[in-house]
Design a protein around this ligand. Structure first.
Ligand SMILES: [Fe+2]
Ligand SMILES: [Fe+2]
Length: 299
C-alpha cells in the first residue's frame, strides 16, 4: 500500500506533471506554436479538425465529471487524493482542447452550439452510461468505466492521432503528448486500485461487465461514424502533404502505428487498427483486475 500511496500522491503528481513534462508549455504546447495555415485556410480540413476536436472535448468533459464525482464515493483517502489530481488533469484536457477549437476559429459564443452540432450521438451515450454509475456513487463500476474503458479508449485514440500529427501538426502533437502522459497515470491507477476491490465484491461483476459491454458498443459505433465521415478530408490532407513533399527533399517520418501505415491506410483500415488496438487493451486490463471482456454486437 505504501508504494501505492507514493505513486499516486499529490507530491508525485506535482513533480512529474506540472513541474515535469508540462513545464514551459502553453495550453499543452510550446509557446508560439500555431495550427498549420493549411488547416486554417482549407474549409474542409478546418471543419474536419473542429469535428475531431469536439469529440475530444466531449470525452474530456465526461472524464472531468466522472473523476470529480468519484472523489466523494472513494472508500480511502489515497484514492480521493489521486482523483483530485485526476480532476485537475481532466479539467486541463477540457481546457486545451476547447482552446484548440477557438484557435481553429470557433467563436466563444458558438462553442456549445458547435459541440452539439458535431458531437457523435454514440459518444454522448457512451458518456451517459458511465455518468449514471458515478451519479449513483458506485465507486467500483465508476472506476472501471472511467479509468479502464473511457481512458483505455482515450489513450489509444490520442496515441494514434499523435503519431499521425508529429510532422503535419507539431503543435497538436505536443498537446496530445502531455495528455497521453496524464492518461497513462490514470489507467495505471484504475488497474492498481480496483483489482482488490473486485476480489472483495465478486457480486458486482455481472453489472460491471454489462456496463463495459454497452460502453464498448457505443465506442465502436462512434469509430464507425467518425471514419465513415472522414474519407474526403483524409484524401484532401494527403493530396496537400504529397504536394508539399514534392517541394522538399526531407524524407517523411514513418507513421506506422500497430503495423498500419497511417499516411497511406484507407479509413476502414484505420478504423480496424484503432478498434483492434483498443479492444486488445481492454481485454488485457480487464483480465488483470479479474473481469472478463464482454463482446458487444458489432454496430
Ligand atoms: Fe483526459
Ligand atoms: Fe484521464
Amino acid at each position: 500500500m505504501s508504494d501505492f500511496l507514493n505513486a499516486y500522491s499529490i507530491q508525485t503528481w506535482l513533480e512529474s506533471c506540472p513541474q515535469g513534462y508540462l513545464v514551459d508549455t502553453e495550453y499543452g504546447h510550446k509557446a508560439g506554436e500555431k495550427e498549420p495555415a493549411l488547416i486554417l485556410e482549407n474549409p474542409m480540413l478546418r471543419e474536419e479538425a473542429i469535428s475531431t476536436t469536439v469529440q475530444l472535448v466531449v470525452g474530456e468533459r465526461a472524464a472531468l465529471a466522472a473523476s470529480s464525482g468519484l472523489i466523494n464515493a472513494a472508500p480511502d483517502p489515497a484514492s480521493k487524493r489521486f482523483l483530485a489530481t485526476q480532476t485537475l488533469d481532466e479539467a486541463r484536457h477540457v481546457e486545451v482542447f476547447t482552446q484548440r477549437l477557438y484557435d481553429l476559429g470557433v467563436k466563444k459564443n458558438e462553442l456549445e452550439d458547435t459541440i452539439e452540432r458535431f458531437a457523435s450521438p454514440h459518444l454522448v451515450k457512451f458518456a451517459e452510461i458511465l455518468l449514471e454509475k458515478v451519479d449513483k456513487g458506485d465507486f467500483i463500476a465508476g472506476v472501471v468505466g472511467q479509468n479502464i474503458v473511457l481512458e483505455g479508449l482515450a489513450f489509444s485514440v490520442f496515441e494514434m492521432m499523435q503519431m499521425a500529427n508529429v510532422e503535419a501538426n507539431p503543435r497538436f502533437a505536443h498537446v496530445l503528448s502531455g495528455t497521453i502522459a496524464d492518461e497513462r497515470r490514470h489507467v495505471g491507477f484504475g488497474e492498481n486500485r480496483i483489482g482488490s476491490l473486485i476480489r472483495e465484491h465478486p457480486e458486482k461483476k455481472p453489472e460491471i461487465e454489462k456496463m463495459q459491454k454497452e460502453m464498448t458498443y457505443h465506442m465502436l459505433a462512434t469509430f464507425a461514424d467518425r471514419f465513415r465521415n472522414q474519407g474526403a478530408a483524409i484524401e484532401e490532407s494527403r493530396r496537400i502533404a504529397q504536394d508539399a513533399a514534392k517541394d522538399s527533399q526531407a524524407p517523411g517520418k514513418s507513421q506506422v502505428w500497430h503495423g498500419t501505415d497511417l499516411a497511406n491506410a484507407d479509413p476502414s483500415e484505420m478504423e480496424a487498427v484503432l478498434s483492434d488496438t483498443v479492444l486488445k487493451e481492454f481485454k488485457t486490463r480487464l483480465g488483470r483486475i479479474g473481469l472478463e471482456y464482454q463482446t458487444p454486437a458489432r454496430p
